[in-house]
Design a protein around this ligand. Structure first.
Ligand code: GRF
Length: 204
């Protein structure tokens, strides 16, 4: 009996110290998977839930396979905030990580998580940011502009697309022979390398 009480006490203590991440994703979810794997053996930080605005995307199977639950909310529910906030509270979320999330973060969410929502953008902001600059469109614009380098930007989220305070950037070269797809591969590998590390630093 004493052992049992101690075990419950220990579980509560461990739960208290655990930092919980929610990932918001709308697409393939390779970053979501990479972040989950990175923290899978961490004793104080974990990805506890994934939220999406789209049921028909690959992120669900990717994360569910790793034991992380995912939930879908409509664009309107993300805008209005209540149901999403309820889910975030249920999972005791400390940090919201956007990874290819295609819906604007609404004021109720921003107010409930001040400086606790971050995004990754696949270019060196303030260049190649803003509405319409997502996915392959970003890399097409980079190649068309004849840029010699591109990279990633990790930033806090505010009410304007890609305008929150920058936390971290990393660069990679763009060769004159690179196609947008070549650039996408280089940028993705920077994302896999650095996004989890920046998240970890924020939660320490
Ligand atoms: C990434 O390139 C990220 O920078 C951008 O959306 C993409 C998501 O890719 N915000 P994935 O779904 O994680 O593969």
């Amino acid at each position: 009996m004493e052992n049992c009480t101690f075990y419950i006490f220990l579980c509560i203590k461990i739960g208290e110290n655990m930092k919980n991440i929610a990932i918001f994703a709308s697409g393939t979810g390779t970053n979501a998977e990479n972040i989950i794997r990175y923290f899978s053996k961490n004793e104080t930080i974990r990805v506890s839930v994934v939220l999406s605005n789209n049921q028909k995307v690959e992120v669900h199977t990717r994360v569910n396979k790793l034991g992380v639950p995912s939930f879908v909310f409509s664009r309107e529910e993300f805008q209005e905030g209540k149901a999403v906030l309820k889910k975030l509270i249920e999972y005791n979320v400390d940090l919201i990580v956007l990874a290819g999330f295609m819906t604007k973060i609404s004021v109720p969410l921003l107010e409930a998580f001040p400086n606790k929502i971050i995004n990754i953008h696949p270019a060196l902001l303030p260049k190649f940011g803003g509405k319409g600059m997502y996915g392959i469109h970003v890399h097409e614009a980079v190649v068309a502009a004849g840029e010699k380098e591109t990279g990633i930007t990790i930033h806090y989220v505010n009410s304007y697309y890609d305008e929150g305070e920058i936390l971290f950037q990393a660069q990679c070269p763009v060769l004159s022979t690179d196609t947008p797809e070549d650039v996408a591969i280089k940028v993705h590998s920077l994302e896999y390398k650095y996004y989890p590390v920046v998240i970890e630093k924020l939660l320490q």
